[in-house]
Design a binder for this molecule. Sequence first.
Ligand code: PXG
Length: 467
Amino acid sequence: MTTLSTNTPTAELQAIDAAHHMHPFTHSAGLAAKGARIITRADGVWLNDSDGNRILDAMAGLWCVNVGYGRNELAEAAARQMRELPYYNTFFQTSHVPAIALAERIAKLAPGDLNHIFYASSGSEANDTNLRLVRTYWAEKGQPQKQWVISRWNAYHGSSVGSGSLGGMKGMHAQGGMPIPGIAFIDQPHWWAEGGDKTPEEFGLERARQLEEKILELGPENVAAFIAEPVQGAGGVIVPPETYWPEIQRIVDHYGILLIADEVICGFGRTGNWFGSQTMGIKPHIMTIAKGLSSGYQPIGGSVLCDEVAEVIGNCEFNHGYTYSGHPVACAVALENLRILEDESIVDRVRTETGPYLKERFETLTDHPLVGEAKIVGMMGSLALTPDKAARAPFASDAGTVGFICRERCFSNNLIMRHVGDRMIISPPLVISKDEIDTLIERAWQSLDEAHAKLKDEGLMQAAPRA
Ligand code: PXG
């Protein structure tokens, strides 16, 4: 067997990767033919690849590296904890200092009486926990028939069978027998794509009222919870109209169903507040957290419960948990990450300084002929690509064809910007500087120009006929 290192030639790494490593959400044969991009090092907002490129990571990894790459403090925290207590479980009436300290810290940061955490190692696991939590909650309250959980089409809540069922990704449902029973879906508040001739405000109310209709259809006595991301991330950074969340809050309050805010992307500063629920003005009973909790330096997530839900669950034996629930190294790293976010006022800076600057610069991209709208909250943003801005028209080509072309141009300009269908999305590390924001926008503009030229050459600037 060869000893591989970052000095191994790219082609050799790619060949071994293709032979033995199956990538998530990937057509492996297609990737094998092309070869994976190999990332070797990173610092701040910059990635290095095995071909010597310096790449601006405008996605913070997968929406998670909030404090940026290369934080020695986090490496030290992990090493210290590994030496002292690398592992112990939190089952069988035991606990340890990192799990206790992080629980206390999260209770302080989380709004309202969200004071209790059930640990997991990922957002998917935490949402699986949530599904069992809300159903157990109602059963313990003598209403075991309250089992339905309502979610939204195009929501992303994870990739395990439970969390993938909670999500509304039809491509995922098509593989492997999802969704499991007891999950219902309403439409997303995506005005640009689905709002037709309505104003965003009218449309936001209409989409929120689908929740009421769905509750009445299922019977309020049968509905346990509604789950949603404050701002949809993986669905394409879809910022709901202002009328949406107040109406949703009114409906969940009125029918007495639990609200689960999936903060896996929105949490820990992404929207300019500690939690997206604060930015959107909502009061969840449960929040799902992961990603930014440790800035991705360790796999950790969890469900944050309000006092009442924790009390009800606390009065039964909840038969659920993971080997790595409250992993000491992950907790120690998360604690240090939260210290950095606080001590360096990173969340405040996103709200008052770098976030507004990014918004101003990002919105200039709507001057580009390909861009119909730019939406941004804090440091998560999206661009709608369109052949006809006034009509908000989609392209005639299959959804994602144009987005993919644009993403390839970004890659070749050393900018990581993703596409979701024909929307381009960003979610940079929260520590991105104003100069780096300028570079991001310049590279994005350049990539849009190149994509536009290619689309014109290939006759792809055609609008789909109106439905
Ligand atoms: N909830 C939300 C809102 C997420 O964005 C999860 C749950 C699941 O977390 P884990 O840690 O199990 O992955 C996520 C994850 C993408 C992409 O392509 C997004 C996620 C994961 C992978 C890819 O944008 N979000």
